[in-house]
Design a protein around this ligand. Structure first.
Ligand code: ATP
Ligand code: FE2
Length: 334
């Protein structure tokens, strides 16, 4: 039997277990997602749901892979970055399973995992990556031994910004797919704040302006939600595309990877595809199953780290809620 890793994702709303072999074949992937009844994510409530459900999710993943926990050779978990109380659950489950069955353990950075699963599943080597999700907005590429960050948000993450706007418009979580659908009904662009500072982005002014537009009447015109959704997407995605294109011109990478939950958006895909073509770069989107938070990406990144540097000791498995992806050298790529 091939060597197997059990990957545990627990940074935010998703508790996920992925079972993946050392060649990158995924045997099972089970997700349990916390959906707030109203408002945003409350870390304590997310933690409670993960704490109540984790064993069911582990068991379902093992059953679907038709294996027992004793067949697992490595446990990987998301060690950084994320919501502290939620990260702790994943780390705790990882340590418990590791010690119970005597399996080696390795902690991984969640943002790096979004890129590594893209490299694996899209079969690309050295992309410029646009990683867009509820909690992150990062343009990065591998340079000088690290995943260097070329541009990032200075305030809200793109997914969080769209979800917040959707919530203000009375749509429930997650708002991203609903705003995408509404935007298809319009091509009436309303001017909104477009804020790119150097290579970084700021979405808070855009969010506030779009929110007020929903409530305002200028010259007797009440703005229509479809038009605001369309304009919000065009502005935000235009900003992302500008920064990605400049990073592409600078790094001269020949591949572009779109990853994270917001990668599902067809309009964003088409914009990034367009600039990739302009620069003769291959464009890839992570398959949707692996675009949002998932245990398979944690498992795969754990395997890469383990093969390059071995396991972590238990006293190295503390969570690091604020750790950035450019903090690490990447031994499996150097
Ligand atoms: P991270 O911890 O990496 O920040 P996350 O916890 O936000 O990730 P993901 O599953 O990667 O989780 O991303 C969820 C986000 O993706 C939500 O903000 C959701 O609205 C957004 N999203 C999903 N589908 C679409 C879509 N079609 N268009 C725009 N946004 C989308
Ligand atoms: Fe994520």
């Amino acid at each position: 039997m091939k060597k197997l890793c059990l990957g545990i994702e627990s940074t935010a709303h998703t508790f996920s277990i992925g079972i993946i072999d050392f060649e990158g074949n995924v045997y099972s992937l089970i997700n349990d997602i916390y959906v707030p009844e109203e408002g945003g994510l409350h870390p304590g409530l997310v933690r409670d749901q993960h704490l109540n459900n984790f064993m069911k999710i582990v068991n379902r993943a093992l059953t679907e892979a038709k294996i027992s926990i004793k067949d697992i050779n490595l446990i990987a978990f998301s060690q950084s970055p994320g919501l502290g109380p939620v990260l702790k659950i994943g780390a705790w489950v990882a340590r418990m399973l590791s010690q119970l069955v005597n399996i080696e353990i390795v902690g991984v950075n969640h943002c790096i995992a979004h890129i590594e699963i893209g490299r694996l599943k899209c079969n690309i080597k050295d992309p410029l990556s646009l990683y867009v999700s509820g909690g992150n907005t990062i343009v990065s590429a591998f340079e000088s031994g690290r995943y260097q960050i070329f541009g990032e948000t200075l305030d809200l993450a793109i997914g969080n910004m769209i979800d917040s706007f959707a919530r203000d418009a009375g749509l429930n979580h997650p708002g991203g797919p609903k705003i995408e659908k509404l935007a298809l009904n319009s091509n009436n662009y309303i001017q909104l704040p477009y804020v790119v500072k150097g290579m970084d982005l700021s979405f808070s002014g855009l969010y506030t302006a779009a929110k007020y537009l929903l409530q305002s009447e200028d010259y007797g015109i009440k703005y229509n939600l479809n038009d605001v959704a369309y304009s919000l997407q065009e502005t935000a995605f235009g900003m992302l595309t500008e920064v990605t294109e400049r990073a592409l011109a600078h790094t001269e990478k020949k591949e572009v990877l779109l990853t994270g939950g917001v990668a599902a958006n067809k309009r964003l895909q088409s914009m990034i595809k367009y600039i990739s073509k302009e620069h003769d770069a291959r464009f890839e989107v992570v398959p949707l199953k692996f675009a949002g938070d998932n245990g398979a990406m944690i498992g795969w990144t754990g395997i890469l780290r383990y093969q390059a540097e071995g396991r972590h000791e238990i006293n190295e498995t503390f969570i690091k809620p604020k750790e950035r992806m450019d903090h690490f050298t990447i031994p499996w790529r150097t």
